[in-house]
Design a protein around this ligand. Structure first.
Ligand code: ADP
Ligand code: GN1
Ligand code: MG
Length: 365
């Protein structure tokens, strides 16, 4: 935990005019620590977002920031070029007095700050198909806007992030090693994954065969990584850009299906509440097609339904692995938290499987 005095010291490194008033913890992300800052600028209160980058997860924060700087500048240029007003439509990084996009504190942690996007919010659970449509449309736009990002390939901020076969191998290793003595209690979940092992390599195989291209993707399109405008309902600003890097378009679609179709939170323990709502899937599909449909290859389109199942399975695998490794990656609030999340995700996988024919049929409309 950081005291207000420590936070004030960190904040003072960024070029922000006015008087710092307070920093309040904000959001429900699993990785970084986010604060909402309040400043007084000449009698007006203004907010900024301050974030500690989790450098256990992101081993090279400077590479994360280099990617983020390039991506946000490019998005801003694209928005300017399309003559829509730029307000709120992309994250804007603040710079430090040293003209860097982040700063290291005396404890060795890295910090960055953004303009705070007002009158918009992120949702952990989507409430209406319209929200789902708008969120998916915005993530599709995001990919579309990055198609012509100039310069070298972006850094892979977490190598093999969506390499599901490798995720499976790591799970098997964690199960074998059983470092914290939990393997016996997760036999059923482990068998659930093993029964689906063949699915894990499908997209990478299609990529190797050239049917599915590498693109610049967000890679963490859960619904609380988009801000929805309070007034217009538009998916106004894509956030959480740490994992923007080379990837497959289907990873982004799949993660939207995972995070945006269930009426329950990701850690809901009453599994009867968990499942894919078809109308939400349909809205995500239509929203994504409205902005990304023009550039998707036939193989990408055909695999949209499958990607929802794959990324949900993969995320369940990741929660289970973290449970077996002793809760070292995702933030947890109780001892069984990762296992509860895993069971939740696997229930959702079953629900997606049960509706797969309907999802495939929608491709033909
Ligand atoms: P994490 O990696 O921990 O998920 P995020 O970058 O997603 O971190 O930020 C956590 C939360 O903080 C978001 O869900 C969002 O509600 C809020 N947030 C982040 N950046 C901004 C911003 N610029 N304006 C408004 N809210 C923000
Ligand atoms: C993490 O950072 P956050 O909370 O948006 C994770 C995602 C998972 C998600 C599951 C860098 O996302 O990959 O899908 O939790 N991010 C990272 O909720 O691992
Ligand atoms: Mg987030």
């Amino acid at each position: 935990m950081y005291s207000q005095e420590e936070l004030r010291e960190i904040v003072s490194k960024f070029v922000i005019y006015g008087d710092f008033l307070v920093a309040v913890p904000f959001g429900s992300g699993h990785i970084n620590d986010t604060y909402q800052l309040t400043f007084d600028q000449g009698g007006v209160r203004l907010h900024y977002a301050l974030q500690r980058i989790n450098h256990q997860v992101f081993a090279h924060p400077e590479q994360v920031m280099e990617n983020m700087d390039r991506v946000t500048r490019h998005l801003l240029n694209r928005i300017h070029a399309s003559h829509i007003e730029t307000r709120k439509r992309t994250l804007r990084l603040l710079r430090t007095y040293e003209n860097t996009p982040c700063v290291q504190d005396t404890r060795g942690n890295y910090w960055r700050a953004y303009v705070f996007v007002e009158n918009a919010r992120s949702y952990d659970v989507l409430e209406t198909p319209n929200q789902a449509y708008r969120a998916a449309e915005a993530f599709g736009d995001f990919q579309c806007n990055l198609v012509d990002l100039p310069g070298p390939r972006l850094h892979e901020t977490i190598p093999d992030f969506h390499n599901t076969p490798k995720r499976l191998e790591r799970l098997k290793q964690a199960f074998r090693e059983d470092k914290v003595g939990r393997a016996r209690s997760v036999r059923r979940e482990f068998d659930f994954v093993v029964a689906r092992a063949d699915d894990t390599s499908r997209l990478l195989r299609l990529n190797a065969e050239g049917a599915i291209p590498e693109r610049i993707t967000h890679n963490d399109t859960k619904v609380n990584n988009i801000l929805i405008d309070d007034l217009t309902g538009e998916g106004i600003c894509v956030i959480d850009l740490d994992t923007v890097m080379p990837g497959l378009s289907l990873y982004d679609f799949g993660d939207m299906v995972r995070a945006g179709t269930s009426p329950a939170e990701e850690d809901e323990v009453n599994l009867s509440k968990v499942g894919m709502r078809f109308e939400m899937y349909e809205a995500i599909y239509k929203g994504f097609m409205s902005s990304a449909g023009a550039f998707l290859t036939p193989a990408e389109r055909e695999n949209l339904p499958f990607s929802g199942k794959l990324i949900t399975l993969e995320t369940g695998i990741r929660f289970l692995t973290d449970y077996l490794e002793g809760d070292v990656y995702f933030k947890t609030r109780r001892p069984q938290h990762n296992l509860e999340r895993c069971r939740n995700q696997f229930k959702l996988v079953e629900s997606i499987e049960a509706q797969m024919n309907r999802m495939i049929a929608l491709l033909r409309h």
